[in-house]
Write a protein that binds this ligand. Structure first.
Ligand code: LLP
Length: 421
């Protein structure tokens, strides 16, 4: 089994970009997310190399991991950002993404968020309904600016992925219905307060086949022709994100090269290709470092209870997602088959089911791999558990990039009325 290139076993123990994970656990305690800046940069480079020669811009999907240090790293590397809330927009600006490189998507932007986007002068607001388009037009009239709009389309494609993650299929709330897309084009063509700068879609997440992307691309090209018929000239076609990674450690993940080759054949003139990867940039660049609290058997089933649960890493509970779990130092002896579970009061608080593991004892460290995307960003305070520390390994040093929370962080913002009881 090959681990990620930044994770190497040396002298019997696992190192992250040269630093023993044991040392990181001793310094920052567990649970703790650990990221590799070098691996994130390699992932960015892979996109750039693969699409070299094509007019392509990369926009990082902030929701995958909105940690300030990661955003800063990517902003400095020249990427743009795709955001889905005012909060993500402000985080992106704070991290140094130029407003001109930010795209705002999402079905439920509030008027306050639309106004923020217009005032900040971002690259495009990707609208997802006729009502949103009209709300945006009204706000741009009030402010006295012309809103740069992208239309987010729903291409009615059902790629092979978890049903929760297929966002461009019929029956999904995302994007414009084809009839609304036509109406939106006509509306924008008549409006002096709206300017169509792009066409957008996102077919889903953790996709491993190229074909649905090529079908989505053809759909974008079809709507581009219709836009041009209306005298509009969008400057970008945004294929969204969703490029899958290899969670099992086998296989190469999404065949980017094949996608680039397909797009080279069908690239219309006068437009830029935009991609919005989240997982493919940060997913395999992060791990969750946890400690075994107890091992036990209940009615013959073996359990390894660790100090992180679904509040730290929700993906296994929510999607039945598989994450490899490896010991930081392997013990010898026959393997055991066990569920790896957390301390949360829910049956669903399972990090791995019937997993074959080398023998474990209380106090042992485990690394839960490929948790750089949608790990920390989907964490919660459920069961009143403060979030753990987050650490970025950068140029041979482990940097604390988010401190461990305290109980004070949990109750901040709460108000107990004085005359209660
Ligand atoms: N662009 C848009 C408009 C999106 O909605 C998303 C993800 C992306 C880009 C980035 O997708 P990526 O390249 O990271 O797959 N919580 C789920 C993933 C939900 C993704 C939602 N949208 C998970 O843990 O797998």
């Amino acid at each position: 089994m090959s681990l990620s290139p930044w994770l190497v076993e040396k002298e019997g123990e696992l190192h992250a970009d040269g630093i023993p994970l044991r040392e990181i656990a001793a310094r920052f305690r567990t649970p703790c997310y650990v990221y590799s800046a070098a691996r994130i940069r390699e992932n960015v480079e892979r996109f750039r190399k693969t699409f070299a020669g094509l007019p392509m811009e990369l926009h990082y999907a902030v929701k995958a991991n909105p940690l300030g240090a990661i955003l800063c790293l990517l902003a400095r590397d020249g990427l743009g950002a795709e955001v889905v809330s005012g909060g993500e927009l402000l985080r992106a600006l704070r991290a140094g993404f130029p407003s001109q490189k930010i795209i705002f998507t999402g079905v439920g932007k509030t008027k306050a968020e639309l106004e923020l986007a217009l005032r900040e002068g971002i690259r495009a607001v990707a609208v997802e309904s006729m009502e949103e388009l009209k709300a945006l037009e009204e706000i741009s009239r009030e402010i006295g600016c012309c809103a740069r709009v992208a239309l987010r389309l729903n291409p009615a494609l059902s790629p092979d992925t978890h049903p929760h993650l297929a966002t461009g299929r019929p029956g999904s709330k995302f994007g414009l219905d084809p009839r609304d897309a036509e109406e939106a084009l006509a509306w924008i063509a008549r409006s002096s307060d709206l300017c169509l700068v792009g066409l957008h879609l996102h077919i889903g997440s953790q996709i491993l086949d190229v074909e649905p992307y090529l079908a989505a691309w053809r759909y974008l090209c079809e709507i581009l022709r219709k836009a041009r018929d209306h005298g509009l000239s969008p400057s970008f076609l945004d294929l969204g994100g969703g490029f899958g990674i290899s969670y099992g450690g086998e296989g190469p993940g999404f065949p980017l090269e094949e996608l680039a080759a397909g797009l080279r054949e069908e690239m219309p003139s006068g437009v830029t290709l935009m991609l919005e990867p989240g997982r493919a940039l940060v997913g395999d660049a992060g791990l969750l470092l946890v400690r075994v609290l107890y091992t036990k058997r209940v009615h013959e089933k073996a359990y390894v209870v660790v100090d992180a649960g679904m509040s730290d890493l929700l993906r296994p509970a929510l999607y039945g997602a598989h994450h490899r779990i490896v010991p930081v130092r392997k013990r010898t002896g026959p393997p055991v088959k066990a569920d790896v579970v957390g301390p949360i009061c829910e049956n669903a608080d399972v990090l791995a089911t019937d997993r074959e593991l080398s023998p474990l004892q209380s106090g042992d460290l485990l690394a839960i791999l490929d948790t750089g995307a949608y790990g920390s960003s989907m964490s919660s305070h459920y069961n009143s558990r403060p979030r753990g520390a987050e650490v970025l390994v950068y140029r041979g040093k482990a940097h604390l990039v988010r401190r461990r929370e305290t109980v004070e962080d949990l109750v901040r913002g709460e108000i107990v009325p004085e005359d209660l009881g």
